[in-house]
Ligand binder design. Structure first.
Ligand code: XMP
Length: 503
C-alpha cells in the first residue's frame, strides 16, 4: 500500500485517486500519524500532500521527522515539499510573488522521477511559500521563473519533492510523474483493480454475520445499492433491506430500486405522511434537514421492530466519508443526513463493505457485479431528497411540481448523452412567483431553476456550459408540461461560492 499523509489540501483525495488510477492501492491518513503506526502499516511508498498552511505558522500541521529516515520512497507535494525541506534543515520562505495557475517549468537535472517528461512543460502551481535552499544532500531537479527549486531529490535517502501539483489535470506530465514515482522509484507493479476487492468484501460480510441476520437501509443511491448487492451475494436470505419512502424521492426512483433487486427481501416503508406533517410550516433549511434526519431514524427504528432481532447493520459508507469524518477542521456548512448517518448506538455491529472505495470505483464494482445501469450510473442524490431543492415550505403539492420538472431535466440530459459526464443535473423550485404570458393569458407562477454541475467529489464544482438548444428544450418542456410553472432560469454559480444544492 501507499500512504498519503494528509496536511489539509483541497486536492488530497485527488492524489489518492490518481494513485489508484495508476493501479496501486493507497490509503489517506492524517499527517500526524506516528512513526510506529507507519511501521506497522509497512507502506511501499509515502506521499506528503499539499495544504493551506505555512510551515512556520504556529500550529501548522507537521509530521514525525523520523518517518523521513525510514528509507521508504517518499514524495512531497507543495506543502509536503516545504515541510520536508523545513524538517531537514533546508530554508523555506514566503515567495516574493505568489505563484498561481499554469506555470512553465524547466528540468535542470535528469532523474527517474521525470522519465519521459519533456525538458519544458507547463505545471499547475498554487503556493505562497517556497523552498529557498534545499536540505543537505538534495539536488535541484527543476525550476520555474519565480521558483528556483520546483523539484528536488535526495536519491540516497529515497526522498523526492515537487512544488507543483502533479495530481491536477492542468499539469502536463503530472500523472506520468506520479507513475514514475510509483513504478520507477518505489518499484510498485500496476496491478490493483477495484473489483479485486469483491471477494474480500464478501468474505468479510460472511464472517461478521455468521449465522445471524443483517439489515441494510437503501436510499436509492448507488452506494447503498452496491452494499446491498454485495451483502445479498454474501449471505442471501439472511439479509433484509428497508427502503424508507419519505415522499421526497425522485420520479420512478422507488420502483427502479425494487426492480433492481428481484430476489432481495426488500421492504418499502411508506412514511410520506409523517414526513410531510413534520415539515409543515418549516422554512429554515437547517431545521428541515434536522427534522428529516430525525424522522428517518424514527422510521428506521419502527421498521426494525417489525423485522425482529438483527446482528449486523450493513452501511454504504464510501471512502470520502471515511476520510472526511477523520479530518480535524471540517466545518459544518450543512448538516448532512444520509443512511450512513444512522446513530452508532443502534445496538448491532456495523459493517461498511465499501469504506475503501471512491465513487468511481463503486461504479466499477457495481458494473462488475451486474447491477443495472439505472442504479450504477445514478447521479448522487442527497439524503433529505427533494426537500433541499424546494426553497421555503415543503408541501406534497410542491414536491409534485418539482418531481415533474426534475424528471424532464434528467430525461433531456440522458437523451443528450451527458448523464455520465455530469456530476449532477436537477431542478430546484423557488417559493416566489413572477408574471408571464401564455396564449393571451397573464400567468403568475413559480420559477424552476436548472442546475448542472461538474465535480470530482462534490467538494468543489463548476457549472456546466450546457448547449443552448438543450436548455431551450428543457425550458419549453417544463413550462409546457408542468402546471403552475411559468419561468425557467439557469444557475451559473460554481462551488464555492455556491453550494451544489440550494439548501
Ligand atoms: P452541497 O450542496 O453541500 O452538496 O454542495 C455536496 C454534495 O453532497 C450532496 N448532499 C448530500 N448528500 N446527504 C447526502 O447524502 C445530504 O444531506 C446531502 N446534502 C448534500 C449533494 O447532492 C452534492 O452531491
Amino acid at each position: 500500500t501507499v500512504l498519503v499523509l494528509d496536511f489539509g489540501a483541497q486536492y488530497n483525495q485527488l492524489i489518492a485517486r490518481r494513485v489508484r488510477e495508476a493501479q496501486v492501492f493507497c490509503e489517506v491518513v492524517p499527517g500526524d500519524i506516528s512513526y510506529e503506526e507507519v511501521r506497522k502499516k509497512n507502506p511501499a511508498a509515502i506521499i506528503l500532500s499539499g495544504g493551506p498552511a505555512s510551515v512556520f505558522e504556529p500550529g501548522a500541521p507537521s509530521m514525525d521527522p523520523a518517518i523521513l529516515t525510514m528509507g521508504i520512497p517518499t514524495l512531497g507535494i507543495c506543502y509536503g515539499m516545504q515541510l520536508m525541506a523545513h524538517l531537514l534543515n533546508g530554508t523555506v520562505t514566503p515567495a516574493e510573488r505568489r505563484e498561481y495557475g499554469r506555470t512553465p517549468m524547466t528540468l535542470t537535472q535528469s532523474s527517474p522521477l521525470f522519465l519521459d517528461i519533456p525538458e519544458h512543460s507547463t505545471v499547475w502551481m498554487s503556493h505562497g511559500d517556497h523552498v529557498l535552499k534545499a536540505p543537505e544532500g538534495f539536488t535541484v531537479l527543476a525550476s520555474t521563473n519565480t521558483t528556483p527549486i520546483a523539484a528536488m531529490a535526495n536519491p540516497a535517502r529515497n526522498l523526492y519533492a515537487v512544488q507543483y501539483h502533479p495530481e491536477v489535470h492542468h499539469t502536463e506530465g503530472g500523472f506520468r510523474m506520479l507513475q514514475n514515482f510509483l513504478y520507477q522509484i518505489a518499484h510498485l507493479e500496476p496491478n490493483w483493480q477495484p473489483d479485486q476487492f469483491i471477494p474480500q468484501a464478501i468474505a468479510q460480510i460472511r464472517e461478521k454475520v455468521g449465522n445471524g441476520r443483517a439489515l441494510i437501509a437503501l436510499s436509492g443511491g448507488v452506494d447503498s445499492a452496491l452494499a446491498a448487492a454485495l451483502a445479498h451475494e454474501a449471505i442471501g436470505s439472511k439479509l433484509t433491506a428497508i427502503l424508507i419512502d419519505h415522499g421526497l424521492m425522485r420520479q420512478g426512483e422507488i420502483e427502479e430500486v425494487v426492480q433492481a433487486f428481484p430476489s432481495l427481501d426488500l421492504r418499502v416503508v411508506r412514511r410520506d405522511d409523517v414526513f410531510f406533517a413534520a415539515l409543515k410550516g418549516v422554512t429554515d433549511p437547517e431545521a428541515k434537514r434536522k427534522i428529516i434526519g430525525r424522522e428517518f431514524i424514527r422510521a428506521f427504528e419502527h421498521a426494525k421492530e417489525a423485522i425482529g432481532p438483527v446482528d449486523v447493520l450493513i452501511q454504504g459508507t464510501v471512502y470520502p466519508d471515511v476520510i472526511e469524518s477523520g479530518g480535524k477542521n471540517a466545518r459544518t456548512i450543512k448538516s448532512h443526513h444520509n443512511v450512513g448517518g444512522l446513530p452508532d448506538d443502534v445496538g448491532f455491529e456495523i459493517v461498511e463493505p465499501l469504506r475503501w472505495l471512491f465513487k468511481d470505483e463503486v461504479r466499477k464494482v457495481g458494473e462488475a457485479l451486474g447491477l443495472p445501469d439505472s442504479i450504477v450510473w445514478r447521479q448522487p442524490f442527497p439524503g433529505p431528497g427533494l426537500a433541499v431543492r424546494i426553497v421555503g415550505e415543503v408541501t406534497p403539492d410542491k414536491v409534485d411540481i418539482l418531481r415533474q420538472a426534475d424528471a424532464i431535466v434528467r430525461q433531456e440530459i440522458r437523451k443528450a448523452g451527458l448523464e455520465r459526464q455530469i456530476w449532477q443535473a436537477f431542478a430546484v423550485l423557488l417559493d416566489i412567483r413572477s408574471v408571464g404570458v401564455m396564449g393571451d393569458e397573464r400567468t403568475y407562477g413559480f420559477p424552476i431553476v436548472i442546475r448542472a454541475v461538474e465535480s470530482l467529489d462534490g467538494m468543489t464544482a463548476d457549472w456546466v456550459r450546457l448547449p443552448d438548444d438543450l436548455l431551450e428544450t428543457m425550458a419549453s418542456r417544463i413550462i409546457g408540461e408542468v402546471p403552475r410553472v411559468n419561468r425557467v432560469v439557469y444557475d451559473i454559480t460554481s462551488k464555492p461560492p455556491g453550494t451544489i444544492e440550494w439548501e
